[in-house]
Ligand binder design. Structure first.
Ligand SMILES: Nc1ncnc2c1ncn2[C@@H]1O[C@H](COP(=O)(O)OP(=O)(O)O)[C@@H](O)[C@H]1O
Ligand SMILES: [Mg+2]
Length: 369
């Protein structure tokens, strides 16, 4: 079995415990507090919340991923998919279907999994008011069991037609479910702020903001050393610390690099800095063609700005160093290019610094310029 996992929610042996933040989060969720957690991708937001909810005795998890959601009926469909995971007993499904009757639900057998599921009629659910039906269904279930509702990649709800109405339907219902904790996860900061920090948004100040931080702790170092050991590789803690530092404590990136290090080495081998280059090349062999596609879609100016960011870093993008590296005389056109690159998801701006969303894309660029 593979020792490292990345790009997905992790649990069990692929999950390194985070005692402090888990304790705080579990306390809030048990107390029915609504939470909002925003942060860049691959920080471990989803894994953390799922882990916490699952470890609260008697608490059911209704997990709804809104990534790429297209419409109100899509929202209803995703909630229906989530609710069956909570309980697949016939009585629960029948009760759920009855609660959703205006959406013409059917209890079916999922063709892929062979498990019972609830399908709803897309046309009956197309009006934003269908969101209220779905929320009423959740509310009815919360009378009988404790449920924590997690909306992941919540910012994507802004993309659907009628998003304003859908948001206010959601909010109006959530408001009355004081004992139920709703957790909103989001990965695009300014879009999440549009929902939670804008005074005119129905969600303004409706949830407590938690930040989960990076993973620099010793327990993560120990966890990774142990994973290598279990996969018959040896590493020193110092080397693992260096990797974590180089990758800004982002757990998804750290696991990806560790996976590459494991892949380019043999049983019984000792891993140190000498193996890093091969590991990076292993990652580029898998991801390089996507990077090339990204680059091809940029203007020449944007490409140069991205190259400058890889070469000199993004703490001072108006400095002469940066402008020279970008071959530009104009700080405002550099800023504009960075904003475009941010829209495309390649870079982000946080605490005064521009950064690549992916450190591997950054390293790939650095090697090209
Ligand atoms: N507690 C953890 N222990 C070990 N690795 C983790 C942990 N949390 C996240 N990761 C790593 O980060 C990756 C992304 O995690 P995920 O929860 O999907 O992050 P996010 O929701 O912030 O994008 C995982 O696939 C895993 O490699
Ligand atoms: Mg996530």
């Amino acid at each position: 079995m593979e020792p490292f996992k990345f790009g997905c929610i992790v649990g069990d042996e692929h999950y390194c415990v985070r005692p402090q933040i888990e304790k705080e989060m579990k306390r809030h969720i048990s107390g029915g507090q609504n939470l909002v957690i925003q942060g860049e991708r691959r920080r471990g937001k989803s894994s953390l919340v799922v882990k916490c909810v699952r470890s609260i005795r008697g608490m059911g998890l209704l997990y709804v991923d809104l990534l790429g959601i297209t419409s109100a009926s899509d929202f209803c469909r995703r909630v229906a998919d989530g609710i069956v995971v909570l309980d697949r007993s016939r009585s629960f499904l029948q009760k759920t279907a009855a609660l959703l009757s205006s959406l013409r639900p059917l209890v079916v057998i999922d063709r892929d999994t062979g498990l019972p599921a609830i399908s709803i009629d897309a046309r009956s659910a197309s009006d934003p008011s269908s969101v209220l039906t779905v929320m009423n269904m959740i509310a009815a279930h919360t009378k009988e069991r404790r449920i924590c509702v997690v909306f992941d990649e919540f910012q994507d709800i802004l993309d659907i037609p009628d998003s304003k109405r859908v948001l206010s339907e959601l909010r109006s219902k959530i408001q009355f479910l004081a004992d139920t904790s709703f957790v909103f996860l989001g990965s695009v900061r300014n879009r999440m702020s549009e929902i939670f920090a804008h005074p005119r948004s129905p969600f303004f100040k409706s949830a407590l903001e938690m930040s989960i931080g990076e993973m620099y702790d010793d327990s993560f170092v120990e966890f990774l050393v142990g994973r290598f050991k279990g996969a018959r590789r040896s590493v020193d803690a110092e080397f693992v610390q260096k990797i974590i530092r180089d990758l800004d404590g982002v757990p998804g990136d750290v696991q990806e690099l560790c996976d590459a290090l494991w892949s380019v080495t043999q049983n019984g081998e000792h891993i140190d800095v000498a193996k890093l280059d091969a590991a990076y090349r292993y990652i580029f062999a898998h991801e390089g063609s996507s990077y090339e596609t990204y680059i091809r879609l940029l203007t020449l100016h944007q490409r140069k700005v991205l190259g400058a960011l890889a070469a000199v870093g993004g703490a001072h993008v108006s400095s002469n160093d940066f402008l020279d590296a970008a071959g530009s005389h104009n700080a405002s056109s550099v800023k504009k290019a960075l904003a475009r690159l941010a829209d495309a998801g390649h870079v982000y701006h946080f605490k005064g610094e521009w950064k690549f969303a992916s450190p591997f894309f950054c390293e790939w660029m650095r090697r090209r310029v």
